[in-house]
Design a protein around this ligand. Structure first.
Ligand code: HEC
Ligand code: HEC
Length: 434
């Protein structure tokens, strides 16, 4: 009996010890440690979705490198994860690709989303411009925190359809603050959450009613910023002087990236992005964002600025871990890294010869019909080619191989350990599976 008791105590002890070691491995400050813990729970907890059936991690899963491994996300109403996710009862795919979340905590990310619609702007009291149609609550810790406010109030992503639950109803009526409050109330009613909020936000949060949506968003931001920070790829080691860390071919690829291939004119700096917006004629797949005469186009940056010169422009993505974060492009048009690189070299040919098989979409006839409308529209294709800003580049097949080998050197091997960040359970008790 005694022996069993010792075993039990020992066993439990080691579980907690490994959790502590896990958190210690993120080298968090005392201030951030509890916010990280809280944000980690919220990121994986379906309690933040209207019908309690989808979390941030459904579309940004660590097991699929913080994306969802499909071209266009399947939101609220779908089932399963990654490439096995089925379209369930969804009425439309999410019109854009779920991007990877690496290194987004850096202050240089002054805008987020493919079109930069959440951005730093000091003209607003919250200092953040967003699509909310009102000023955001104050106290948000940058763009990453502000961004977290939006998936939870999107009907297709997390809230659900009118009539299904009170959060979805509030969203459908345009009452976003009410939707946030309904979600916060759910958290206030779970004692385990109240305790973690108190630890993370002492002395501001003394009891359940002190918890607000800004606390939720800031904690999720800390979790993403710390949990998905990765800047130790062979590329970095090479940069810091370890010439052995990348192959000769990748070294040639790096020279091409900076030189003849002109990649660096947009993918510049330590994260390979200038954070600006360009039109590069990605094949237009997906249901679109309601733009254009027929409503199935996606005007990209123009949607934010209202300036026709910004039509079809999207934010230059960081290329950190890019080899593992496919499908690629703002709508996941390309399911292979080689194809998205070839697209940069010959956009016209790649666009004209594009077929949907190049993407990765779980098929369903009614959704597929919507996804192909823009691609079949000659006016849209002409518009995309006219707007294209990619420089003319000619590369041999060997040079393309070199360039791709160079992109592989952006992979920080820590990306293969991300499964450790998935918690075993969350305070709501809702299953993490599906
Ligand atoms: C249904 C799938 C889905 C869910 C659920 C979801 N996201 Fe996303 N996420 C996306 C898509 C798609 C985009 C790109 C949208 C766009 O740019 O228009 C995106 C964009 C983002 C970005 C911007 C990244 C960048 O580089 O600009 C962040 C950060 C993010 N999501 C975090 C979250 C968090 C935090 C949650 C939970 C509160 C969440 N997402 C829930 C699909 C999802
Ligand atoms: C004119 C600016 C520009 C140049 C030059 C450029 N890119 Fe891009 N690149 C972009 C933009 C903008 C996107 C995103 C487009 C979209 O999603 O529609 C992108 C997307 C990508 C992607 C997909 C990333 C992802 O996460 O989906 C890869 C890979 C890439 N570029 C590699 C390259 C390489 C290699 C070169 C050089 C041959 C290059 N780029 C040159 C602007 C540029």
């Amino acid at each position: 009996m005694k022996f069993i008791a010792i075993l039990v105590i020992f066993g439990l002890g080691s579980v907690f010890a490994s959790e502590d070691a896990f958190e210690a491995s993120y080298k968090l400050t005392k201030e951030n440690r509890d916010k990280f813990k809280l944000g980690r729970m919220l990121f994986f907890d379906k309690i933040l979705s209207g019908n309690k059936n989808i979390s941030c991690a459904t579309c940004h899963n660590p097991l699929t490198f913080t994306g969802d491994a499909i071209s266009l996300s399947v939101g609220e109403g779908g089932k399963g994860l990654g490439t096995t996710r089925n379209t369930g009862t969804v009425k439309e795919r999410v019109p854009r690709n779920a991007p990877a979340l690496f290194n987004l905590g850096g202050p240089e990310f002054t805008s987020l989303f493919h079109d930069g619609r959440v951005e730093i702007n000091e003209d607003f009291p919250s200092e953040i411009k967003s699509p909310a149609g009102m000023d955001l609550p104050q106290g948000l810790n940058g763009t990453l925190a502000a961004q977290a406010l939006f998936p939870i109030t999107s009907g297709t992503e997390m809230a659900g359809d009118k009539g299904e639950n009170p959060v979805a109803d509030a969203v459908a009526e345009g009452r976003i603050v009410k939707a946030w409050n309904l979600l916060v109330n759910r958290l206030r009613n779970i004692p385990e959450y109240v305790e973690i909020f108190k630890a993370a936000y002492s002395p501001d949060v003394r009891e359940a009613r002190d918890i607000n949506i800004v606390h939720v968003a800031n904690a999720i931001a800390v979790f993403q910023a710390k949990g998905f920070y990765m800047l130790n790829a062979p590329f970095d080691q090479y940069f810091y002087g370890n010439k052995e860390s990348v192959s000769k071919s990748a070294q040639k690829g790096g020279d091409l990236f900076k030189g003849k291939a002109k990649c660096i004119s947009c993918h510049s700096g330590q994260l390979q992005t200038d954070h600006k917006f360009y039109a590069i004629a990605m094949p237009p797949i997906g249901p679109g964002k309601g733009d254009g005469e027929k409503g199935y186009d996606d005007f990209g940056r123009e949607r934010v600025t209202g300036d026709i010169k910004d039509r079809y422009k999207f934010r230059t993505p960081s290329l950190r871990n890019v080899a593992v974060t496919g499908p690629w492009g703002h709508n996941g048009a390309y399911g292979s890294l080689r194809d998205v690189v070839l697209h940069h070299i010959n956009p016209e040919k790649m666009l004209k010869n594009y077929t949907i098989e190049k993407s990765y979409l779980p098929t369903r006839a009614d959704l597929d019909r919507k996804d192909l409308r823009a691609l079949k529209d000659k006016k849209i294709i002409e518009g995309l080619l006219k707007a294209n800003e990619l420089p003319q580049v000619v590369l041999s097949n060997t040079e393309i191989d070199d360039l791709i080998n160079f992109l592989h050197c952006m992979t920080d091997y820590a990306v293969y350990d991300l499964h450790r960040i998935v918690p075993k359970k969350v305070p709501s008790g809702i299953s993490l599976a599906d």
